[in-house]
Design a protein around this ligand. Structure first.
Ligand code: ADP
Length: 301
């Protein structure tokens, strides 16, 4: 098959590993920067062009669309879908997962355990919002934040109020969340492919840090999941419509709660911590779903 990895940077670990794993399994793999693609939207024959060349003959794509380029990136994925090219994660699912509120609402509707979460547009009722989320300590998050930036722990209701007002004063959208203290600065990343968790790691924040992000100095170790945690992760990915997802769980007293579902999970941390060939499993999944010249993706809106 000819597989394209949509990625801005061929040197990134995840991109390199997907190329390597595809080649190992006998495929031709290309890295295409989605931001350099241009397209014609036509009823009869939609096309995608890249650096002066019309892209033809691609059987499957692996979108690795960064949060900052979601708008154009998902348009490129959608164009491939219009051309009946199989996308391991569909454009609608990627867009859905990028909207944190929408994602939490969808997961809640399907009965997935979540931290109690509140959000508001106005700061007029901040005190009430804080008490609805269970009162301090509370986690306040920027909706657009990544890598733990814009995630604040407010120990008191007064602090929570000030932080919320400051963020809203900057016109930032935020959510207010119950602090899962018993998670003890750790979260669990489950790498889901299809209906399986193929690898899982526990990320532990450095001493004194409640955020476990590896970018913030956290460390990762292999972890054994309970059957409930496995099924929660798989269900969360399915509800989002993602075939490949990084599902982040917090271990709360009443069981695991889902914090986030990521549509372009990084492979470096998880492959290193678990010594598993996750990239290879992504390629194998494509082999079962996409056939050369034939696809199951049908270019939905
Ligand atoms: P980002 O998407 O920017 O990484 P997250 O929402 O994943 O932000 O939060 C960053 C880290 O903060 C998480 O990995 C987790 O360790 C910690 N964290 C986030 N929300 C909570 C919460 N409600 N209770 C306890 N810890 C949390």
């Amino acid at each position: 098959m000819i597989i394209a990895v949509l990625s801005r940077n061929p040197k990134l670990y995840s991109t390199r590993r997907l190329v390597e794993a595809g080649q190992e399994r006998g495929h031709e793999v290309r890295v295409i920067d989605p931001m350099l693609c241009y397209m014609t939207i036509a009823t009869q024959r939609p096309t995608i062009h890249y650096k002066g060349e019309e892209l033809v003959g691609i059987d499957a794509i692996i979108p690795r669309i960064g949060a900052s380029v979601t708008f154009f990136g998902t348009a490129v994925v959608r164009q491939f879908e219009m051309m009946e090219v199989y996308s391991i994660n569909e454009s609608v699912a990627i867009s859905r997962s990028r909207d944190k509120l929408r994602s939490l609402q969808l997961l809640a509707r399907k009965g997935i355990g979540l931290p109690v979460t509140g959000f508001a547009n106005s700061t007029k009722f901040t005190k009430d919002l804080i008490s609805l989320a269970g009162g301090a300590p509370l986690v306040i998050k920027l909706l657009e934040g990544t890598q733990g930036i814009g995630v604040v722990l407010a120990e008191t209701s007064k602090a929570a109020e000030s932080v919320i007002e400051a963020f809203r004063g900057l016109k930032e959208n935020i959510l207010v969340q119950e602090f899962i203290k018993e998670a003890d600065g750790a979260d669990i990343r489950c790498l889901v492919i299809g209906d399986k968790v193929v690898a899982a790691m526990k990320r532990q924040g450095k001493e004194g840090e409640f955020r476990s992000n590896l970018h913030r100095g956290g460390s990762a170790t292999i972890v054994k999941l309970t059957p409930e945690e496995r099924s929660t992760a798989v269900r969360a990915a399915r509800i989002m419509g993602l075939n490949v997802a990084g599902v982040d769980l917090l271990r709360a007293n009443h069981g695991a709660v889902v914090m986030e579902v990521n549509s372009s999970p990084g492979l470096e941390g998880i492959e290193t911590a678990t010594e598993k060939n996750v990239a290879g499993q992504i390629i194998q999944f494509i082999e079962t779903q996409a056939k050369p010249g034939k696809t199951k993706t049908r270019g939905k809106g």
